[in-house]
Design a protein around this ligand. Structure first.
Ligand code: AKG
Ligand code: FE2
Length: 312
């Protein structure tokens, strides 16, 4: 099985029947695997080079320096999360040893005023504790801004793939509470514990994930027909996938596919960057096909429910 590729620039310059045909292809990809290799994205290679350098420099620090960027309170989602702090499979109710990874996590760019519940605000908009590394915050913000812009362009293609007006998602995306993580999977020596992965099997919660795996690295796998399939890295391309929210929004026309980063013995270290694109906090999510497949829900309430379920 291979994940199909979609050239965003080609779509954006196409018109008429050509454009409709490309939108229909994207719809197929989102219905069958929910994963797409995205080319023609236009993110400057310098922006990508800079964020890789920043992420590498961050994870190369000693533990104390990394811990200096620990979350502002225990349990806050942003900052440095060291080894043994997360088991993604638990979000699916599967009890496993912790994932073999560490991460640095950054908050949305703006302090969204729609998040008016104090508990939700304290969590979803907690401060990002920036590391004391020259250029890190600038490189992070430049890349974050670039993928945020890219996400808005992908949402245009998604709208057309769903036979909606091109700008359909715009009003749902005025001030999104998105987030980004840099993930570091240290080199593996010998066997992992039973059931332990670099990232346990999970689905993403939100609308759209824009993933940049380290070039030439291995390990990302998607579940299709009850089997795990490798997702090959394509130099210069992003891997994008839809999350649970998009599956719900499309009344399960599109699929939020189980994926993981498999742990194998004697693998070199691997880095990846994952940007999680969300609608506005107060966006009302009602099945787009007009059906009553799911009751309407506000995105913020939905997201907090996901976080609480994963923590519980
Ligand atoms: O590191 C990867 O390639 C995937 C990470 C992932 O799926 C996630 O963080 O949601
Ligand atoms: Fe994921």
């Amino acid at each position: 099985m291979t994940i199909a590729a979609f050239d965003l620039a080609q779509f954006e310059t196409a018109t008429g029947a050509d454009r409709a045909a490309l939108a229909a292809q994207l719809d197929d990809m989102c219905r069958s695997t929910g994963f797409v290799i995205l080319t023609g994205h236009g993110v400057a290679s310098e922006t990508i080079t800079d964020i890789w350098a920043a992420a590498n420099a961050f994870f190369a620090q000693d533990v104390a320096a990394k811990q200096a960027a620990a979350p502002v309170y225990a349990g806050a989602p942003y900052g440095y999360l060291g080894p043994n702090q997360e088991a993604l499979a638990k979000s699916k109710g599967v009890d496993t040893p912790p994932d073999l990874k560490e991460s640095f996590n950054g908050r949305a760019r703006t302090l969204n005023a729609q998040v008016d519940d104090p508990d939700a605000r304290a969590f979803a908009l907690a401060e990002t504790p920036w590391p004391d590394l020259p250029g890190f915050r600038e490189a992070w913000t430049a890349y974050y801004t670039a993928v945020e812009d890219l996400a808005a362009r992908i949402m245009v293609a998604f709208a057309e793939a769903l036979n909606l007006p091109s700008n359909f998602f715009e009003p749902f995306n005025t001030d999104p509470v998105s987030a980004m993580r840099a993930l570091h999977y240290p080199a593996t020596i010998g066997q992992a514990e039973t059931g332990q992965q670099r990232a346990g099997a999970h689905t993403d919660y939100g609308a759209l994930t824009i993933l940049l795996p380290q070039p030439k690295s291995q390990g990302l796998q998607v579940m299709q027909d009850d089997e795990w399939h490798d997702v090959a890295t394509v130099e210069g391309a992003f891997v994008i996938n839809i999350g649970d929210l998009m599956a719900r929004w499309t009344a399960d026309r599109w699929v939020s596919t189980l994926h993981r980063v498999v742990a194998k013995p004697d693998q070199p270290k691997r880095l990846s960057l994952a940007y999680f694109h969300q609608p506005d906090w107060n966006a009302e999510i009602t099945p787009l096909d007009g059906s009553d497949a799911y009751p309407p829900i506000s995105f913020g309430a939905y997201l907090m429910g996901k976080f609480n379920a994963a923590a519980g």
